[in-house]
Ligand binder design. Structure first.
Ligand code: HAM
Length: 419
């Protein structure tokens, strides 16, 4: 037997109704907010991600699926989509069409992480990017799109964590102050945090290690080092969130795992998820376009939601979407009757009625058993009497009653009953 690759998951027919529900909700709410879908390649040149996510991040450092293709080019399976969106907006000159872009995407991503509940090596994200506005209104519009989706999915118990990382100047200044503080106690930091001290000190604030948490408790807070512009953006964003009645928890240690963020960052957490409790996150990335070599800065903000984690939440809330069963099963007792079977199934399907029938030459009894198991509403029986009299027998699988009608009346009866 050949197994699937560790960290990948087959999505079986039984599970798909919940995926369809999530996907149709995402599409509907995106439309309500005027966002348009963009579909991008599964793989990109490695530099797309190296340049944007940051050389010192976990993602670039140890989680990317990177390989040389047969032409010797370094290719990476996308570990996220914001970088690809920026690459595509620049390459296709989308900002020339409109200075404000509202884009959404959905699809699989790849990260070589240690698999556990809610953490896979191939997973799915929905994301939205609002490109072209530096106003706090754009931050609030983006966050409210995320919240509308979350609520329409039926997730009512969640927290929105909020922080500001300020502009580049504020962040650099704060980084230095944080490093100075942490260096004084470096020997008490966890091994991982000691390593991060030089590479990526802000990520130490995210550490789950109890020893680190003790040290971080008293560390200087980024809020105290925001310059005028950064503070103003943060204050205005919070005011607007308040006026929209959006509840948030200010979380000074929220830094996120990607380097491109500036100003607003946020994350959605659920009590249903355990260790991997974040089911979505995002933030502003005002410097990313110029990092890609674009002629000017383009302010932008976006977020992504992890679909597998959302589905875990819905499942632990007991959400059971309706399975999409066929509606009619045609049972017949002789292979010669197959022409009739094909004819009936064709008419029903033309009338949008999902229909199945036996393909294994089984007995009538076995076919009716399968009809019952497959959850259909009607079984049509084509036996010797029915063929001789040009009728169809219809068994109602819900109440067990059975009637016989001339062919076309029987068909009309089924079509009308299933309307
Ligand atoms: P991220 O926080 O890296 O952000 O990922 C967003 C969400 O993807 C996470 O909250 C989580 O639900 C899900 N996720 C991440 N890794 C895994 C995994 N290994 N298995 C299952 N789910 C996972 C980004 O990717 C940014 N691009 C978001 C963004 C968009 N920022 C601005 N625009």
């Amino acid at each position: 037997m050949i197994n699937s690759v560790r960290g990948t998951k087959d999505i079986l027919p039984e599970e798909l109704p919940i995926w369809y529900f999530v996907e149709s909700t995402l599409r509907k709410v995106s439309q309500l907010y005027g966002f348009r879908e963009i579909r991008l390649p599964i793989f990109e040149k490695t530099e797309v991600f190296q340049r944007s996510i940051g050389e010192a991040t976990d993602i670039v450092n140890k989680e990317m699926y990177t390989f040389l293709d047969r032409g010797g080019e370094s290719i990476t399976l996308r570990p996220e989509l914001t970088a690809s969106v920026v690459r595509s907006v620049i390459m296709n000159n989308l900002l020339a069409e409109s200075p404000l872009l509202r884009l959404w995407y959905y699809g699989p991503l790849f990260r070589y992480e240690r698999p556990q509940k809610g953490r896979l090596r191939q997973f799915h994200q929905y994301g939205a990017e609002l490109i072209g506005s530096n106003n706090p209104e754009a931050d609030v519009e983006t966050i409210s799109l995320a919240i509308e989706i979350i609520k329409r999915l039926g997730i009512n118990e969640f927290s929105l964590l909020l922080n500001s990382l300020g502009n580049q100047k504020s962040r650099q200044r704060y980084k230095q102050i944080l490093v100075d503080y942490l260096k004084g106690q470096a020997q008490n930091l966890s091994k991982e945090s000691q390593e991060r001290l030089n590479r990526n000190p802000l990520r130490i604030l995210d550490s789950k290690d109890p020893q680190d948490i003790e040290i971080i408790k008293n560390s200087p807070l980024i809020h105290d080092y925001l310059d005028e512009e950064s503070r103003e953006h943060y204050v205005k964003t919070k005011e607007l969130l308040d006026s929209c009645n959006i509840k948030y928890i200010e979380t000074p240690n929220l830094v996120r795992g990607l380097d491109y963020y500036s100003h607003t960052v946020f994350e959605f957490q659920s009590p249903y998820l355990g260790a991997q409790d974040s089911f979505g996150g995002g933030g502003r990335y005002n410097e990313l376009f110029s990092q890609f070599g674009y002629k000017n800065d383009v302010p932008a903000i976006g977020f992504a939601l992890g679909i597998e984690r959302i589905i875990l939440i819905l499942q632990s809330q007991g959400f059971k979407p309706q399975r999409e069963n066929p509606k009619v099963y045609i049972a017949y007792n002789k292979p010669e009757y197959l022409t009739k079977v094909f004819e009936v199934s064709r008419i029903l399907r033309q009338n949008e009625i999902p229909t199945i029938f036996d393909l294994q030459k089984r007995s009538l009894k076995a076919q009716l058993k399968e009809a019952n198991k497959s959850g259909v509403i009607f079984a049509i029986i084509i036996g010797d009497d029915e063929v001789a009299n040009e009728t169809l027998s219809i068994k109602n699988m819900i109440d067990g009653t059975q009637v016989s009608h001339p062919f076309s009346i029987a068909i009309d009866y089924i079509i009308n009953s299933l309307k």
